[in-house]
Ligand binder design. Structure first.
Ligand code: NAD
Ligand code: TYD
Length: 363
């Protein structure tokens, strides 16, 4: 078997970015995928139902904190790479319940690193030379920017502000240490906010689309002038494939879309797109649904990514602009109502009540 045809082990492949990554991988790459996912509220096997029966796809329902399971999977499938997406990923949930974030994001990454290192020691020749541990991380580890500050670059000091960001920062440090101390061939990407198909409707963009379609209030935290740098999810997936194929071992790469927008701008754009694409809606103009609510505690004011290193060294650039990506995303949600209904039943309703029930409407 050639190195390219050997499998990769993906963790968290049933989540938002992981599932887009796995679907794109099968469209573009020759090698099989083993997908290890715990199927928390954020993991949805339905997203990958098109891969059922595909001999190259293996789904394993399990926890990255289970060291024996991870070790057995590595011995059995002998992957050429681990692409590590699995995480608790929502800042608001990390504020209301940080325990799961420390467990999965820190302990889970530690467990994976330890198992990966033991497996790496058993490899020889081209198999050893080609092995990679790719850690998928976030720009939130860098903290918050003032309006005039330059964008985050790879040397920006870490200054995480939320329990989510702190747990991701800890995992990044562990990955770095495993490379420096034990020689594990790691790669790392720190990406800005993603949006696109299969995004769980607890995050800003899918929440606003699904609420607007039902005529529910669109809850904008604080003054809505916080800035995020948005990247279409398929561009993040192409960046990961590029780094996996060509990245320098031990390096980190910042990934972003050069799309800084305030939350209010994003919500207004979504409302305009929905006015246009759903002309029969009785909730038009959708902007009337916008409601300012109590801000998130410790809310980071601005994120922005300087992605020049990955462009200069590896030739990666995003394919979508914010306008084309957002239009595709809204159309996707309009055509995939069964997926949305599937993920917004029972437990989702409890989350909405928990997160928004006690937020006051502000004016
Ligand atoms: P997500 O919450 O949509 O999906 C996470 C997936 O991990 C789910 O399928 C879940 O079931 C699985 N999972 C959680 N705990 C697990 C465990 N203990 N064992 C095995 N599987 C587990 O997250 P996402 O938005 O797809 O993010 C994926 C990765 O990308 C995360 O590491 C996140 O920090 C990073 N990231 C996300 C963004 C973004 O905008 N969403 C931006 C930059 C980086
Ligand atoms: P989110 O999608 O949770 O991503 P992150 O916190 O990781 O950046 O939120 C994006 C921005 O939108 C963030 O500034 C918080 C804000 N936001 C709202 O104003 N209202 C909401 O209901 C949500 C979920 C987020």
């Amino acid at each position: 078997m050639t190195q390219e045809n050997r499998p990769i082990l993906v963790t968290g492949g049933a989540g938002f970015i992981g599932s887009n990554f796995v679907l794109d991988w099968f469209a573009l790459e020759p090698s099989p995928v083993i997908n290890l996912d715990k199927l928390t509220y954020a993991g949805n096997p339905l997203t990958l139902s098109s891969l059922e029966g595909n001999p190259g796809y293996t789904f394993v329902h399990g926890d990255i904190c289970d060291g024996d399971l991870v070790a057995n999977l590595l011995t059995k499938y002998r992957p050429r790479a681990i692409v590590h997406f699995a995480a608790e990923s929502h800042v608001d949930r990390s504020i209301l319940g940080p325990e799961a974030f420390l467990k999965t994001n820190i302990d889970g990454t530690f467990t994976l690193l330890r198992a990966a290192q033991a497996y790496y020691q058993t490899l020889e020749g081209v198999e050893k030379e080609g092995f990679r541990f790719h850690h998928v991380s976030t720009d939130e580890v860098f903290g918050t920017l003032k309006p005039e500050d330059p964008a985050f670059h790879e040397e920006t000091p870490y200054a995480p502000n939320s329990p989510y960001a702190a747990s991701k920062a800890a995992s990044d440090h562990l990955v770095r240490a495993w490379h420096h101390t034990y020689g594990l061939p790691t790669l790392m990407t720190n990406c800005s906010n993603n949006y696109g198909p299969y995004h769980f409707p607890e995050k800003l963009i899918p929440l606003m689309i699904t609420h607007a379609l039902e005529g529910k209030p669109l809850p904008v935290y604080g003054d809505g002038l916080q800035v995020r740098d948005w990247l279409y999810v398929k561009d993040h997936c192409s960046a990961i494939r590029t780094v996996l194929a060509k990245g320098t071992v031990g390096e980190t790469y910042n990934v972003g879309g050069c799309n800084q927008r305030t939350n209010l701008e994003v919500v207004n754009l979504l409302c305009e797109l929905l006015d246009e694409l759903v002309p029969e809606s009785k909730f038009r103009p959708h902007k009337q649904l916008i409601q300012f609510v109590t801000d998130r505690p410790g809310h980071d004011r601005r994120y922005a990514i300087d992605a020049r290193k990955i462009e200069r060294e590896l030739g990666w650039k995003p394919a979508e602009s914010f306008d084309t990506g957002l239009r595709k995303t809204v159309k996707w949600y309009l055509s995939n109502t069964a997926w949305v209904e599937g993920v917004t039943s029972g437990a989702y309703k409890q989350w909405i009540e928990k997160n928004y029930g006690s937020r006051k409407a502000e004016q």
